[in-house]
Write a protein that binds this ligand. Structure first.
Ligand code: ATP
Length: 612
């Protein structure tokens, strides 16, 4: 709607009027339902839209005025040698140009305003929806894809509103105004104009195609370069390159990809140059034809045609070129826009897998008894990970879950805060099926220190406050003391304000873990769950974590996934999991005596770890 410059058209001479094979294959079905949904985002802003439409209409008409006034300047001013008329029409022409530009500015503002508000609504709606997506969604979908929907797809929508929609409107209006003005003057010349204008677009389309394929190729090269940069300049990638001494190879790989860009970019820019040569030749043919036919008509057949009329026709013809070109390309833009919307709607329509029921119970004054009743579960349809798991954790007690890697220990605890729902059987909290409990009230009562401790990039204080926004300095220090990390924090120059780095990478594994324990202590849940990392920490680090966990296990209801004997011994009961089933249960002494899986684990894993 904005940009009422000469012609006020969009789409650029090369148009983006060509679709990739992928786009062709994925063309969305433009159904009334889809259109209705797209327009539902516009309806809250109908007042602004109406204003924008008004601006386009007025600026399209004003934009045509200088061309129409050319006739008056010639016929009334120059040919009649009337200085007053000449000045009047010149000033009027200037004023309309200025007016059109000013209205163009207003339109631009309204248009951007609408686009920004719509994408703001959309972004928030999408973020909110993504937050309700289950763990399964995030483990299955590529993180890059999710971010792309949130960023480029929605940016695309913004472009659609500021460019596609408005370009269709303003171009159609300009064209209508030009046609009416032309037919009013002389139908023969107007018809010649209509026949010629589409011919103008031939070179545009040809050059567009060449340029499009070059752009495609350079985009692929660009992706390649970005891939190399992403791989080799990330924290872990850099480390790998350094440790394997691959700097030289990586540099060569990068240089080669970079080099290919040079010739592509040169070709691309030259395609543009040649295009302009062809275009200017073609565009000069149109006016010449009008001069010729108009001249012959004027001299031989119709004396009412004036020089001004012919000049107006030529001027209007020049104004028609861009809108026609844009409108010829509009179908592709339209399909592309609809594809964007469909992609976004696909995401928004993904069902929320894990949510609170309408009549969900809000836990009030809970005790914290957890029971697994004959639970079976699998991440995928056809592969069960847990089979008939039953156990009971009484409030105040603690359970250690042990078993070989991949046996399903973490999976068991994922079911308690409902990161996933059971396939059959049930998990209950104080006797209520967790699926009947209001989700946030359930998760509020459960605290997990997972294998992969995650800290946000910020200070230790900020990370701690994530658990309790209004935590006082004393509370934080107390939690850090209990988590055995306070001495470390005290030793840092910035204390609690020490930056933890990207994902907490400036800290050691043990330090990160202890900070996450402190964070959990601040949350103070009813049930503590520790998923002990399998990766070995040094023994000092381990014993520090142990000292932090032990009192919690003794005092609170807790579940530990344990790989070390000392942790296991702290628990009241031990469950031994193998291939998704609980194969043994009891105390350490009982289980060693029984001489089964536990005893084997004890000999191969725990006791050796202990000796180390
Ligand atoms: P470890 O001691 O090594 O942490 P674990 O006993 O905790 O192992 P789980 O993480 O529960 O084992 O995994 C059990 C099985 O479920 C494994 O075979 C694993 O491949 C599979 N699994 C885990 N998470 C997923 C997931 N998100 N999607 C599909 N399969 C998964």
């Amino acid at each position: 709607m904005s940009g009422g410059g000469p012609g006020g058209m969009r789409g650029g001479p090369f148009g983006r009027g060509f679709m990739t094979d992928e786009e062709k294959a994925n063309q969305p079905k433009v159904t009334p339902a889809l259109l209705k949904r797209v327009f539902s985002y516009l309806t809250p802003y109908w007042k602004q839209l109406f204003l924008a439409l008004l601006c386009i209409t007025v600026s399209s008409i004003l934009n045509m005025m200088p061309s129409i006034l050319t006739g008056k300047i010639i016929d009334e001013g120059l040919l009649k040698q009337d200085l007053r008329a000449l000045l009047f029409y010149i000033l009027l022409s200037l004023a309309t140009t200025l007016g059109a530009s000013l209205i163009g500015v207003a339109d631009s503002y309204i248009n951007t305003w609408i686009a920004q508000h719509i994408t703001y609504d959309m972004r928030n709606q999408m973020y909110r929806h993504l937050q309700t997506m289950s763990q399964r969604f995030f483990t299955t979908n590529n993180q890059g894809d999710i971010i792309t929907r949130m960023t480029s797809d929605i940016d695309g929508v913004e472009r659609v509103i500021t460019s596609t929609f408005s370009s269709i409107l303003s171009n159609s209006l300009t064209l209508i105004v030009a046609l009416v003005a032309m037919y009013q003057r002389n139908w023969i010349l107007a018809t010649i104009g209509i026949i010629i204008v589409p011919l103008f677009t031939i070179p545009t389309r040809k050059a567009g195609k060449t340029r499009w394929s070059l752009t495609q190729e350079s985009q692929a090269r660009n992706d390649e370069i970005n891939g190399i940069l992403n791989e080799t300049l990330s924290v872990s990638g850099q480390l790998l390159v350094k440790l394997f001494g691959k700097e030289k190879e990586e540099y060569h790989r990068y240089r080669k990809a970079n080099r290919r860009m040079i010739s592509l970019n040169i070709k691309e820019s030259m395609a543009g140059r040649w295009f302009r040569v062809v275009l200017s030749t073609f565009t000069s043919i149109g006016p010449m034809l009008i001069y010729l036919v108009g001249g012959v008509l004027m001299m031989r057949y119709d004396s009412s045609i004036t020089v001004g009329d012919i000049s107006v026709m030529v001027a209007l013809l020049g104004r028609m070129y861009m809108p026609v070109n844009s409108l010829l390309n509009v179908q592709v833009d339209w399909i592309r826009s609809m594809a964007l919307f469909s992609r976004i709607f696909d995401y928004l329509d993904m069902p929320v897998e894990i949510k609170s029921k309408e009549d969900a119970v809000v836990l009030d004054d809970p005790k914290g008894d957890i029971v697994f009743n004959d639970v079976s579960f699998g991440y995928e349809e056809d592969r069960l990970i847990l089979k008939n798991v039953s156990f009971e954790l009484k409030s105040g007690n603690s359970i250690a879950i042990v078993g070989p890697s991949g046996s399903g220990k973490s999976t068991i605890i994922n079911l308690i805060p409902r990161l996933y729902d059971v396939k059959s059987g049930s998990v209950t909290f104080d006797g209520i099926d967790v699926r009947d409990i209001e989700l946030s009230s359930l998760r509020d009562k459960i605290g997990v220190v997972s294998q992969e401790t995650y800290l946000f990039n910020g200070t230790i204080r900020e990370n701690l406050k994530y658990a309790k926004e209004d935590a006082t300095e004393e509370e934080m220090i107390e939690a850090c003391r209990k988590a055995n990390i306070y001495d470390f924090i005290k030793g840092q120059e910035d204390g609690l304000d020490t930056m933890v780095g990207n994902r907490g990478l400036k800290l050691s594994g043990g330090e990160k873990q202890r900070i996450s324990i402190a964070r959990l202590l601040l949350k103070d849940p009813l049930i503590f769950i520790f998923d002990e990392a399998t990766s070995a920490l040094d023994s000092i680090s381990e014993s520090k974590i142990q000292e932090a966990i032990d009192p919690i296990v003794n005092e609170k209801t807790s579940i530990l996934i344990a790989h070390r004997l000392s942790t296991i011994l702290a628990a009241d009961e031990i469950l031994v999991v193998k291939d998704g089933q609980i194969v043994e249960r009891g105390t350490h002494k009982e289980l060693v005596k029984a001489g089964g899986v536990y005893q084997e684990l004890y000999e191969t894993q725990f006791s050796r770890a202990e000796q180390e």
